[in-house]
Design a binder for this molecule. Sequence first.
Ligand code: ATP
Ligand code: MG
Length: 458
Amino acid sequence: MKKKENPEKSGSVIITRQEHGISRKLMSPNALRILYRLKDNGYVAYLVGGCVRDLLLGREPKDFDVVTNATPGEVKRMFRNCRLVGRRFRLAHLHFHEELIEVATFRSQAADEPKPEIEEKRGRENRERHPQMLMNDDGMILRDNVYGTPEEDALRRDFTVNALAYDIADFSIIDFAGGIADLNAGIIRTIGDPAVRFQEDPVRMLRAVRFAAKLGFTMEEETRKALVSAAGTIVSASPPRLYEEMLKILLSGEGAKCCELLRQTGLFAALFPFFSAWLDAESEGFPHTRFGEMLTSVDSLVQQGDTVSPPLLLALLFGEYLEEKAANFRAKGAPWQQSIDAATAEFLGEVCPFVQIANRVGLALREIIAQQGRLKLIPGRRPQAFIARKDFGDIIAYCRITRGDMKDVAARLEWWLAEAAEQESLPLPKRTEETGATPLKKKRRRRRKPHGSPQSTQ
Ligand code: ATP
Ligand code: MG
């Protein structure tokens, strides 16, 4: 791939249509429609971020993001299927049948001084750049809400390979940060000083790990050093965001590789201090190997396109730890169910201050661990009700993946699956039309005898 300095945009390199292999056929038709409409209305419009990176690597992008110099209000006026979201930084969400495309206005990160007004391209209107990036005392960005130029927009992004833009005006790729060279060399490198960039947003450390593992890239040396020394600060990011990011990591199809990197860099120990210490220790002379095996199993499921629900994911990865905790409670005299409740509560108490597992996911996790015992009983108590549970598939999958290689477990699972298949072939009970729910059985009411009747006075 050849590169040319762009005389118009200082510091950027343009890769022309003839010099790169991206075809519009590989792009979302909806994203293309948006780009064309913006362009036809006189605006600058680019595809940006992960989709350009993935297209250049010959991978299928997860989503397509658009940036433009149109303001969110202008975008809204152009598209009927547009909803503006975000209170601080307004973004346009364009809704299609099965796709949502985000259209953002070029944003800047620079905010040290109040910015002068900038002339909008093509003189539509003067737009004020609001000096609204707010940092806390540790240099972490709390608010980031400044319109900017295409270059500023690229340079506020996390990694060089994530800052490439595809310009619909001439189908070229604009590289403001050296992303093409890093993409060709397979390198994850922060834009700017890595220590500063990780301080601004510690979640970027997890993103660095995810992209390195997923793309099979290496982390550039300075980026890696800065990450290792800042690893402990990861816990200053918000716990719900860390949970979302951990889900992305564990369900990326490269969870095993990611976790290896997380452990090497100290991020894992910072995020899961109790579990990490337990993993490094042994129980009764045996190392804890199930976590590693489960990461590999989850990766194969994801790679073959299976869905792994968050509760099943957590049960698979932390099940051995939870079961050991529950066994300890039982050894102290707690009954079965109580031991699972206490073990789950203890586990959530350890993890949630850093990585906030949503409440309903925690409850569902507990159910998978607790309900697996019911599979041991054949035919079992009320098998139909058990099979009808929403999480029946997850409970079966948990047993199959963790213990399915044991002969007796395999035989029992077979029985339950045959039973479930038979139940599925039975006609469903009538459902109410509007809600899809099975109507509740009406209780038979005995007619009240009128007061004063001879029988009622007995
Ligand atoms: P994928 O969607 O495949 O996980 P992506 O690179 O598209 O990867 P997104 O989370 O969809 O990641 O974000 C889109 C783009 O927004 C990124 O490519 C990057 O340019 C920018 N971005 C996302 N998160 C950050 C962040 N924390 N700091 C700076 N830039 C970010
Ligand atoms: Mg993306």
